[in-house]
Design a protein around this ligand. Structure first.
Ligand code: BTN
Length: 305
């Protein structure tokens, strides 16, 4: 019912309680209660003598903002990390393509045990996947996810986004999105893979990360976060259903800014420098060292020189 009321009010015109009640087949008191509920959730709706009027679109992420996906969107205005929420849901058997999404994360996590500062305005979500695939192929899902988010930024928002090995998304070398994945498998078969993504949409990440940027910074105007999430989910779900993870690394190559340039790779144990020559089908970076030998790097942080 909330979605239906919002849909009628989204035109911005004033609608009387009587008209809403007639159109939706519920009493005026019920309409009033729903409007109060929406206002408590943060929707800016004015109740005047002539009726109700919505004052602008709110950047809301409630399930009813995702028609057709209402049952699979779990929104928390504030949570520790959507990775924790998603893991909990996945271990209790939630369906594939369930999404944990949050307004703010108090304990957002990044790769290499880093913190992911998650202020209001950013998009923070974790998607639960249950692909029928052996463990050895799981990294391809990560490559597919980061490639598709890059394509979303490119095609839907005209942002010149590129991907840095392995799964960071950059615009003019500044980070706009990061990805973290968690996998639970048994006897080599994947139970679930949780893909967590943080996208700087309407937040200013430079307070904590000077070498970062956001959509609002690039576009000069706010973007509803749900637009980014819906575009990603539409493209990614369809790609998963078509098993497009099979050629994810080749597709990733078309969008990367890491290959054929000097890079520095740090892991918890060592630092390597050289030319990034390729990424193999397992997602490992092939680095050409100064002496001409090739080194295969499976995990690490990549810095473009
Ligand atoms: C990185 O670049 O280091 C990865 C960042 C991943 C951040 C996202 S935000 C949603 C999900 N929840 C988390 O705690 N982390 C991921």
């Amino acid at each position: 019912m909330k979605a239906k009321i919002l849909n009628i009010l989204k035109s911005g015109r004033i609608v009387s309680g009587e008209d809403l009640s007639r159109e939706l087949g519920i009493s005026r008191v019920s309409i009033w209660k729903h409007i109060q509920g929406l206002k408590e959730l943060g929707y800016d709706i004015e109740a005047g003598a002539r009726g109700y009027q919505s004052r602008g679109t709110m950047d809301a992420l409630y399930p009813w903002e995702f028609p057709g996906r209402e049952d699979r969107i779990h929104f928390s205005p504030e949570t520790s990390s959507t990775m924790d929420v998603a893991r909990d849901m996945a271990s209790r058997g939630c369906p594939e393509f369930t999404v944990a999404v949050a307004g703010i994360q108090k304990n957002g996590r990044g790769r290499m045990k880093r913190e992911w500062h998650s202020l209001e305005g950013g998009l923070y979500f974790t998607l639960v996947l249950r692909p029928d695939l052996p463990m050895g192929f799981s990294h391809r899902i990560n490559f597919l996810a980061s490639t598709i988010m890059t394509e979303v930024l490119h095609h839907e928002f005209r942002i010149d986004a590129r991907v840095k090995w392995p799964n960071d998304i950059l615009v003019n070398e500044k980070k706009i999105s990061g990805m973290l994945s968690e996998i639970v498998a048994e006897t080599d078969m994947v139970h679930y893979i949780n893909i967590g993504m943080g996208v700087n949409v309407n937040n200013d990440p430079t307070r904590y990360e000077p070498a970062a940027t956001s959509m609002i910074n690039i576009l000069g105007k706010p973007t509803p976060r749900k637009q980014v999430l819906i575009a990603f989910l539409n493209r990614f779900e369809s790609a998963m259903n078509n098993r497009e993870w099979k050629n994810a690394v080749d597709r990733w190559r078309q969008h990367t800014v890491t290959l054929n340039r000097p890079v520095k790779i740090t892991t918890t144990r060592e630092t390597s420098e050289g030319m990034a020559r390729d990424v193999d089908q397992d997602g490992a970076l092939i680095l050409e060292l100064k002496d001409g030998s090739l080194k295969r790097i499976v995990y690490g942080d990549c810095f473009h020189a």
